[in-house]
Design a protein around this ligand. Sequence first.
Ligand code: ADP
Ligand code: MG
Ligand code: MG
Length: 208
Amino acid sequence: MGCSVEEVTAAVRVAAEKVIEHRDELVELDRVIGDGDHGENLHRGFTAVVAKLDGGGFDSPAAVLKVTATTLISTVGGAAGPLYGTAFLRAATALGDVSEVDGRMAATALEAALEGVVARGKAAPGDKTMVDALTPAVAAARSTVDAGIADVLMAAADAAAAGAAATVPLVARKGRASYLGERSAGHLDPGARSTAVLLRALADAASR
Ligand code: ADP
Ligand code: MG
Ligand code: MG
């Protein structure tokens, strides 16, 4: 069973609301190893996304992801805006004009999102970024493609949570946290955490 354009819209809305809810936590994480604006950046961006979704008029799941992408790119400053924007844009392109997103397509879209983030930010796994949450999420999604979309996204969300947690001991090699060098170790990466929050929300929405 796949997700219709209405269900994809609802899922992105739930994800946006979750990120908005996690604003203070993400601010605090970024305050420790960055400049403290990650929660603020995403709060601004996803608030604008919800407003865009309220306008409606989307004729495909890809259209929903595309408006999410362009809204994030135009409203979120810093590293995360263009990175998440690229992720949603690549996912939209991967979906093409399908009217329902099944598990296999969700995995393909997630993989395209990761490729976009890597193409743009040039981070490798282990650099203590959102790539450390997305990479295991893609692997988990790929290994569950024959399941329904809810199971695929649940596997991805579980893997992203584990990947985010595993950023704690890492030394940052990309983004502002890398300015801290060894002192970045011992702290959770804010972008990996927001990726885990987003994927958990998408999974929860898909399993309703
Ligand atoms: P900024 O660092 O510009 O203030 P944010 O605070 O919104 O932007 O986002 C910081 C997060 O962005 C980091 O925690 C990290 O996960 C992610 N990030 C930073 N640079 C990169 C990169 N080159 N590739 C992937 N992710 C990155
Ligand atoms: Mg920041
Ligand atoms: Mg900043």
